[in-house]
Write a protein that binds this ligand. Structure first.
Ligand SMILES: [Zn+2]
Length: 195
């Protein structure tokens, strides 16, 4: 059973694409896109196009549901990259080394140097993830406000990911472990009380 679970996990962890991103460091950051990213993208697109959007917004052309759902799923999937990039940019700016960012779907993970860091560095690095979601939400809301008022599908394509990124940003700020908000709270306590 354990071997089966491990084999399934290896299958989901399979890398589809690997690249390198340069954020000012010497060696850059390796970025890998895993098969879980595609599986999540397909599942979210299908749920939105086949169930949620026809229920919430009846009367569109059938193909339009799939186009809008694909756009929403893509924006939300890459918001996971924006989250980890937020951590990475601040970490690199504060002298830390970021090795790897892997994209698994709606979530991403990063590997960076561990070890002791000043509380204000930990605070800034942890805060950067949720703030990235809020910045993505603000950019989408600005785009949403500029869109033609009678184009409902276009507004849904911008409005849905704006709401989900806003919610993800706020959720991540909750001061509980293992969320970024928990790390922010720990850094603030260490900063104020020197513990
Ligand atoms: Zn984070």
């Amino acid at each position: 059973m354990a071997a089966f679970v491990l084999a399934q996990r290896r299958q989901i962890d399979r890398v589809l694409w690997r690249g390198r991103l340069h954020l000012g460091g010497d060696q850059g950051i390796e970025v890998s896109l895993h098969i879980g990213f595609v599986l999540t993208l397909v599942t979210v697109t299908w749920l939105l196009a086949a169930a949620l959007f026809p229920y919430l917004f009846p009367g569109w052309e059938p193909g339009l549901y799939w186009v809008v759902a694909t756009g929403v799923a893509l924006i939300d999937s890459f918001a996971g990259l924006a989250h980890e990039l937020g951590h990475a940019i601040v970490a690199v700016a504060r002298g830390r080394r970021v090795y790897h960012i892997s994209l698994h779907g709606l979530v991403a993970a990063a590997r960076r140097t561990a070890g002791p860091a000043r509380p204000r560095d930990q605070f800034a690095i942890a805060l950067a993830g949720p703030v990235s979601h809020l910045l993505v939400a603000c950019a989408l809301l600005c785009a949403w406000r500029l869109l033609p008022i009678d184009n409902e599908p276009l507004r849904v394509a911008m409005g849905f990911p704006a709401i989900s990124n806003f919610a993800a940003g706020l959720l991540n700020l909750l001061p509980v472990s293992p969320l970024d908000g928990g790390r922010v709270a720990r850094a603030v306590i260490a900063w104020l009380f020197g513990v």
